[in-house]
Design a protein around this ligand. Structure first.
Ligand SMILES: Cc1cc2nc3c(=O)[nH]c(=O)nc-3n(C[C@H](O)[C@H](O)[C@H](O)COP(=O)(O)OP(=O)(O)OC[C@H]3O[C@@H](n4cnc5c(N)ncnc54)[C@H](O)[C@@H]3O)c2cc1C
Length: 494
């Protein structure tokens, strides 16, 4: 008889874990509390406007190719990718912006125009970033990171020095560049990692390699197409998915998970992979005596930001935006310190807009735009309708001032999303959007472990464990978790 694995959650990590486990020969049941798959990448559609509620940047296309490739499929079997060029626009002031080119040669020209001779430094920077990306993606990212001993060999230690694990991204960038705009453009990708550049290891300049060399892509139809593809593949591999099925307890007997219950139904299993938020799984679903981490541990974690989001239908074309536009008109450090050091609603907020309708006619009615606005915000902060509305007005006013284009009177559809929604929809700890901040002391073996310390057949996956936040790391996390469960079954058989 085949062994049974239950996976909780149909985010990228849960889907990847379930599909990999099914491909390894297990009987897999995936339980999802919401009525649609994708977790933080769920979709919303109204009045002809279609929105991806979560991720909008398709980076690291190699990770997606490798994922579908391991099952003998190709990305193009499921969706069509378009490379964006320019990759994105950055506003620095009123009507003052730079379009970041998708081609490397144009990028060198841009750097030289901002800081004469700086293209040579960009080449050096990118060479190092490429080394970090390749070392990281071919080696570190695939380790389960159970213990520091996985990293203690001379070769690895010398690699860690080379990939600049112990210095900050900020000092690395500033050693090579003086121009403030170049610095802002190079520091921006770590926004995804949820930490300030001063506290992010320089190793993460691998994200600049992903940005500048590997490019920004878009799956036609939206990011939800990736989820659709993953669900199709999971079902082809025999994964059974139940939606509207919320797990409310994990039953452990003799140190092993034997079943999970939803209150109404009990599902038995031989192993469990939890793709639900780690803190929720441990603190709410597991009994006290089976937890690897206590409340104090979770309270002391540095979380990535939550976000205030608006999904807007605009009944005209907006000329001042590209598909991705960053508004860096205010001091990044002030906003970052109001997220991490002194949590409060930002006094001078930066924000980001995504307008997929610039690339894709299918996501808005003709002549209109589906505008998403995202403002990073401290996790766990007070969230009220009044605060959302106050910031909506502030952001729209700033938007109009900076772009010189009015949109307020053209909003025909509006939905907001913030801390409380993250908590309700995903059981997100303090409403975090991207898991834990990637500071050095929360990297690799310092992260909550992929395997429970107390329950033999309980594994975790997703953005709160290794390798970390973002769609590509979550995809990788699911594959590692399934491989570790496979090793567990192989061990207990022998
Ligand atoms: C606004 C936003 C923008 C982002 N932008 C980008 C981007 O542009 N590019 C990028 O790469 N990444 C981006 N990210 C990050 C990326 O979306 C996440 O890292 C990734 O989707 C996390 O996937 P996951 O599988 O770990 O978790 P989730 O997607 O949260 O999946 C967990 C699933 O578990 C389910 N669940 C929870 N509790 C239970 C329970 N008790 N029973 C049953 N089911 C349960 C949830 O409903 C959910 O479906 C963004 C995230 C957000 C929120």
């Amino acid at each position: 008889m085949r062994r049974k694995i239950i996976t909780i959650g149909s985010g990228f990590a849960g889907l990847a874990a379930a599909t990999t486990a099914a491909d390894l020969g297990y009987e897999v049941l995936l339980l999802e509390k919401n009525s649609q798959p994708g977790g933080r990448a769920q979709r919303w559609e109204k009045d002809g406007f279609k929105f991806d509620l979560g991720p909008s940047w398709y980076w690291m296309p190699d990770v997606f190719e490798n994922y579908f490739g391991r099952f003998g499929k190709r990305v193009e079997d499921y969706y069509k990718l378009v490379r964006l060029d320019p990759s994105y626009r950055v506003y620095f002031d009123k009507k003052d912006f730079i379009d970041v080119p998708g081609s490397l040669n144009e990028m060198y020209k841009l750097y030289d125009s901002l800081e004469p001779g700086s293209s040579e430094n960009l080449k050096t920077f990118l060479q190092q970033a490429k080394y970090k990306y390749e070392t990281g993606m071919n080696d570190y990212v695939l380790r389960p990171s159970y213990s520091i001993t996985e990293f203690i060999d001379l070769n690895v230690i010398s690699q860690l020095m080379k990939i600049q694990m112990f210095s900050s991204l900020r000092s690395h960038v500033r050693r090579l560049f003086k121009n403030e705009r170049i610095i802002k453009m190079l520091e921006f990708p770590v926004l995804f990692l949820g930490a300030s550049p001063a506290k992010t290891p320089a190793m993460y300049s691998l994200m600049n390699y992903a940005d500048i060399e590997l490019g920004t892509w878009y799956p036609e139809g939206g990011m939800g197409k990736i989820v659709e593809a993953m669900v199709k593949l999971a079902e082809e591999k025999g994964v059974k998915i139940l939606f509207d099925t919320e797990v409310n307890k994990i039953i452990v007997q003799n140190g092993k998970v034997v079943s999970v219950t939803t209150g109404e139904n009990t599902f038995e299993c031989d192993a469990l992979i939890a793709g639900s938020d780690y803190q929720h799984t441990e603190q709410i679903l597991l009994g006290d005596q089976h937890r690897s981490y206590d409340k104090k541990y979770w309270d002391s974690r540095k979380l990535s930001p939550s976000s205030l989001l608006f999904y807007l239908g605009i009944n005209k074309k907006i000329n001042s935006l590209l598909h991705h536009t960053l508004f860096f008109h205010e001091d990044y450090d002030l906003h970052a310190s109001e997220i991490y050091d002194n949590p409060k609603w930002p006094s001078k907020p930066l924000f980001y807009t995504s307008t997929a309708s610039k690339t894709d006619k299918t996501v808005s009615p003709a002549g209109m735009e589906n505008l998403v606005i995202l403002m990073p915000l401290a996790a766990g902060i007070e969230d009220t309708d009044e605060l959302r509305e106050k910031y909506f007005n502030m952001i729209i006013d700033n938007f109009e001032k900076i772009t010189g284009e009015s949109i307020k009177e053209n909003i025909v559809l509006k939905r907001s999303y913030c801390v409380k929604d993250f908590e309700k929809d995903y059981h997100s700890f303090k409403g975090n959007a991207y898991g834990l901040a990637n500071v050095l002391l929360q990297t690799a073996f310092f992260k909550p472990k992929l395997k429970s310390k107390k329950v033999a057949n309980l594994y975790f996956t997703g953005q709160l464990t290794v390798p970390g936040p973002g769609v590509p790391p979550s995809l990788i996390s699911g594959q590692i978790a399934a491989s570790e469960v496979h090793k567990y079954f192989t061990r207990i058989k022998s």
